[in-house]
Design a protein around this ligand. Structure first.
Ligand code: ZN
Ligand code: ZN
Length: 586
């Protein structure tokens, strides 16, 4: 730097230090230079100057420097605290936001609503529910109980930490609900798996005439994906088009996920093709959409296209690709995809291992799958790897190997009821009823209960839930009557109950009666009863579908002349004219 320039800078610094700081901007080195000159020139670093320096330091990500600066500033005022805590919270130094807040409490400065908003946001980022609760109390004591900014931050804190009851309480008490508060509440439900509540709130928002913004639409689309609510999802898609929302990469990806997860994969592809910009997330969403529907070839075609013209695939893309191969029996393609990870500097992780074992196992290459697990040594296989292996043993009725695998699985995760169920299924199929008995007793001793299976169906934009043998639905009599009628008709058409799967849901009753009233059958009966002929019936089931239901639904699709789409825990099944898209390979 030449002398003339330097002296000019010094002049500016001396006369207008604030300007000098602004010129330095959010860059650590220049900020430090200005700061050093301020000290050397002996000019007083006033609180407004210190505040500006602090905010720019946080913006630059220089938190250590910001801390030093803070502790060398005597008597910070409310404005300094407010700016500093807000900056820490905004630029993702949540721990510092909380620490500076504690310094503030120890001083005589009165915290503003902005400070509370920022600290609560920081607690949310840290998922620090206990500290968040304390800050909540402190905000009440200081009279900010009805401040809409503080309330909105609290709603998202509780929503993010999963305390939806308190979150909803704060939300309901808000005199003015900003769109941000609605969004945090909706996304709170959605991210905690409570899609129905999220959708309910969205309707309430519409009834009250609150304008939706991009964040609302993205959250609700994701809730629709979870709940399989295609009608609502389609309505939102129309809303987006009618209101001229720009379908950017985030919204586009949400739409792809919604259509694919609600069973409409061709519509998902339309959205994908119409997008101007597609990042790795969008490509991955589309590949995964094909994969879960069993369209392995299309998934691979898209993957090839991505490799040639798209962004570099990441870990998640490869999981989608491998799982697509597993579901479609594309063993050779799967092996190649795994090898291709090296081209992108990616190393296979546990999820990829699960897919590989699943793929080899489903294809009947049990020994190869087992060897794959062994060669992972010294990496310890996750329980999911053993689960995939055990599923394959069960599918291909290799009960000796199944027994061995099950022991590994139980050793890896002794308290998961799902494993016991799987194991007892394997033994039941092997005819080892003594073993089945033993496992059931262990489960009873350990107080383990199986997850309850349920299915949902959306009719007229309202979602109905059925669980096995459940009689709580208002139209329960009609549903059971109609299901009995259906069962009789498919019986005449040649359906025979598959008793193997009686253990599958392992609820209280394990009789043919129970099998007959599995939740997906109830939901399908309701769906056929309540929709016009020709309308596709779409069901979402939380567990894997049992073999008996799979067989029964094939027959139902033929006798009722309906296309039926079931999304179970693992994939989609498209039933039509007596057969299923998975070709019984799932
Ligand atoms: Zn079933
Ligand atoms: Zn199927």
């Amino acid at each position: 730097m030449d002398a003339k320039h330097d002296s000019h800078q010094l002049y500016t610094l001396y006369r207008r230090p604030y300007e000098a700081i602004l010129r330095a901007g959010p860059r650590l080195k220049p900020l430090q230079q200005v700061h050093a000159r301020l000290i050397i020139s002996g000019s007083h670093c006033s609180l407004p100057l210190a505040t500006k320096l602090l905010v720019l330091a946080c913006t630059a990500g220089a938190i250590t420097y910001a801390r030093q600066l803070f502790f060398s500033t005597p008597n910070p005022d409310s404005f300094l605290f407010s700016s500093l805590i807000t900056a820490c919270s905004k630029f993702h130094f949540p721990l510092d936001a909380v620490l500076f807040y504690r310094r503030l409490l120890a001083s005589s400065v009165w915290p503003s609503n902005y400070i509370f908003t920022a600290v609560i946001k920081a607690c949310a980022e840290l998922s620090a529910l206990r500290i968040g609760r304390v800050v909540h109390c402190q905000s009440l004591v200081r009279g900010y109980g009805l401040d809409s900014f503080v309330q909105a931050a609290l709603v998202s804190l509780y929503a993010k930490c999963g305390d939806l009851v308190i979150g909803r309480k704060v939300f309901d008490e808000m005199p003015v609900r900003t769109v941000v508060a609605w969004n945090s509440m909706i996304s709170g439900y959605e991210q905690n798996g409570l899609a129905q509540e999220a959708i309910g709130l969205f309707y309430q928002m519409g009834d009250l005439g609150v304008e939706f913004d991009l964040a609302t639409l993205v959250s609700v689309l994701s809730a629709c994906s979870q709940a399989g609510a295609l009608e609502l999802g389609r309505w939102i898609h129309d809303y987006i088009i009618n209101h001229g929302f720009d379908i950017n990469v985030v919204l586009g990806t949400s739409l792809i996920n919604m259509h694919a997860r609600c069973g409409s994969v061709s519509k998902a592809r339309e959205v994908f093709d119409s997008m101007d910009e597609r990042n790795v997330v969008a490509w991955t969403a589309m590949i995964s959409g094909y994969g879960t529907h069993g369209y392995g070839r299309q998934a691979m075609e898209l993957f090839d296209k991505m490799r040639a013209h798209g962004p570099a695939p990441n870990d998640v893309t490869l999981v989608a690709v491998l799982s697509a191969c597993a579901h479609a029996g594309l063993v050779q393609e799967g092996r190649q995809a795994l090898a291709s990870m090296r081209d992108y500097g990616l190393a296979p992780g546990m999820e990829h291992h699960v897919c590989m074992v699943d793929m080899l196992g489903r294809a009947g290459l049990l020994n190869e799958a087992f060897q794959y697990i062994e060669q992972l040594n010294p990496v310890k296989p996750a329980p999911a790897v053993w689960t995939a292996m055990l599923g394959a043993c069960r599918m291909h009725k290799d009960f000796d190997l199944g027994g061995q695998v099950a022991e590994h699985l139980l050793a890896a995760e002794p308290d998961n009821p799902g494993h016991y169920v799987l194991l007892s299924n394997v033994y039941a199929l092997a005819g080892r009823m003594d073993r089945v008995e033993l496992i059931r007793n262990t489960m009873i001793q350990k107080g383990l209960k199986k997850q309850v299976g349920y299915s949902t169906i959306e009719v007229n934009q309202k979602t109905h839930l059925f669980s096995m043998g459940d009689k709580s639905h208002p139209e329960t009599v009609e549903v059971y009557q109609y299901l009995d009628e259906l069962m009789q008709r498919i019986g005449e058409a040649g359906y025979v109950p598959v008793s193997d799967s009686i253990m599958h849901e392992l609820e209280e009753e394990e009789t043919e009666y129970a099998l007959r009233y599995h939740s997906e059958k109830l939901a399908i009966a309701f769906g056929i009863l309540k929709t016009n002929p020709g309308v596709t019936v779409r069901i979402v089931k939380n567990l894997r579908m049992c073999e008996d239901c799979h067989s029964a639904i094939k027959f139902i699709s033929a006798v009722a002349n309906r296309e039926i789409i079931v999304r179970d825990k693992l994939r989609f099944h498209h039933f039509k004219d007596g057969s299923c898209s998975c070709a019984d390979y799932w």
